[in-house]
Design a protein around this ligand. Structure first.
Ligand code: APR
Length: 395
């Protein structure tokens, strides 16, 4: 049977960053991934990295391609009533910036670097099961190409996303679950067209939210608010462009360039957290433990932050026997998770059309307008927004 100090389930941002950080501490980890390498390197996800996420990757020599190909941003645009309002978060937050870099590019970089340093990833690992997480000798079992495989480890990191196998391995009674669906969904669109904006745009409109995000000089990402459960078949390309034109329209002659749609899907929004993020020798990180609504693009950054805390805590425990940081892992991460939930939920309600069936919809719409005007009109309110948007609060 194979052995490693840490068995990591999932080769997303959380699992891969954890693997690298552990290796930098001299700790051996093996990664199990359900999908193929090709699949995870192409899966379209988020694409906005906080300053401190990039700084961590740089410190560990993981940011060379990101530095060369990522785009640095220092402002974001909020649009409503056809007017544009720029929040200059770079100036408001002491020069901190954000980097636009697609998650699948980052995942591809981390996989390439991990394999180059001699690391192991078992791709296409089917039916991963976690055994003995309550005891001292956990084991991971899976099948690959019809063969049964086993890995004995001292600790297991559950980094396998919201639908993974790790969280369900914890007895339900040991977890407190906060699961709140939001009355919003996004049609996410990837299009082969140069961006029509230099900075990310969040538009509040009576037809619903529209977002113009960035990917590269030739590919743009767009989001359109719809109702949860709306099938993508109801969104032919012509309707997508029509809605984007209407919702992003400004009074100053700005125009939207169209291009071929490469990919589109609908994602319902939810807020989800489990407490604690640990059971016995299993530690959950990233989407396996929490989902934030995607407004503000915090999920990837939270996943990397969990991985950083977990790597340091595991290293201390494995190398000195000191378990204090590991015992505090869940509480340390949850403090940040709840702050980010708060901001992500607040920003979601700030920028979306409040559905008619929402209790107090008319009141909420008036309050939403007051908040938008305040964020765009008061330097203090803009600074508060900017601080959460760039993730300044716990540098
Ligand atoms: N066994 C092994 N691997 C699994 C299993 C399983 N049962 N289930 C899922 N996985 C893999 C997925 O294929 C994926 O590669 O685990 C990985 C989890 O990666 P992500 O879902 O990307 O989660 P995480 O690393 O926590 O990244 C945070 O932030 O931008 C958001 O949701 C977005 O994915 C992003 C996340």
């Amino acid at each position: 049977m194979a052995r490693a100090a840490v068995g990591i389930v999932g080769a997303g941002p959380a699992g891969l960053v954890l693997a690298h950080l552990l290796a930098d501490h001299g700790i051996e980890a093996v990664v199990l991934e359900q999908k193929s390498r090709e699949y995870v390197e192409k899966r379209v996800r988020a694409g906005l990295l906080e300053h401190r996420t990039v700084a961590l990757l740089e410190r560990h020599g993981l940011a060379e391609r990101l530095r060369a190909r990522g785009q640095v941003h220092r402002g974001v645009e909020l649009r409503f009533d056809g007017a544009r309002h720029r929040i200059a978060y770079g100036e408001l937050c002491g020069g901190r910036h954000m980097t636009v870099y697609a998650q699948q590019e980052l995942v591809g970089d981390l996989i390439g670097l991990w394999l180059a340093r001699g690391g192991t990833i078992a791709f296409e690992a089917e039916d991963v099961r976690l055994h003995g997480i309550e005891g001292e000798r956990p084991e991971l079992c899976w099948s690959a190409g019809g063969r049964s495989e086993r890995l004995a480890c001292e600790f297991v990191a559950g980094c396998d996303g919201f639908h993974g196998a790790s969280r369900p391995a914890i007895p339900a009674a040991a977890l407190r679950v906060y699961d709140h669906p939001l009355p919003f969904a996004w049609v996410g669109v990837l299009a082969a067209v140069a961006p029509s904006t230099e900075e990310i745009v969040y538009a509040q409109h009576e037809r619903g939210f529209a977002g113009h995000m960035l990917r590269s000089d030739t590919v743009s990402r767009f989001y359109l608010q719809t109702a949860p459960g709306d099938p993508i078949e109801r969104w032919p390309d012509a309707r997508i462009w029509d809605e984007l034109h209407r919702r992003l329209a400004t009074g100053d002659g700005w125009t939207l360039r169209e291009g071929p749609v490469l990919e589109k899907s609908v994602t319902d929004m939810r807020s989800f957290v489990v407490e604690p993020m640990q059971f016995g020798r299993l530690f959950l990180a990233g989407d396996a433990a929490h989902i934030v609504p995607p407004t503000g693009a915090k999920g990837l950054n939270l996943a990397v932050a969990d991985a950083r805390v977990l790597a340091d805590a595991l290293a201390l425990r494995l190398q000195t026997g000191d378990a204090r940081a590991l015992d505090a892992y869940s509480a340390t991460c949850l403090a940040r998770v709840w702050r980010v939930q708060d901001f992500s939920i607040w920003m979601t309600w700030l920028i979306h059309r409040i559905p008619d069936e929402t209790p107090d919809a008319a009141l909420r719409r008036r309050l939403q307008r007051a908040q938008l005007e305040r964020v765009c009109g008061s330097p203090a309110a803009a600074a508060t927004f900017a601080e959460s948007y760039v993730g300044l609060e716990e540098a």
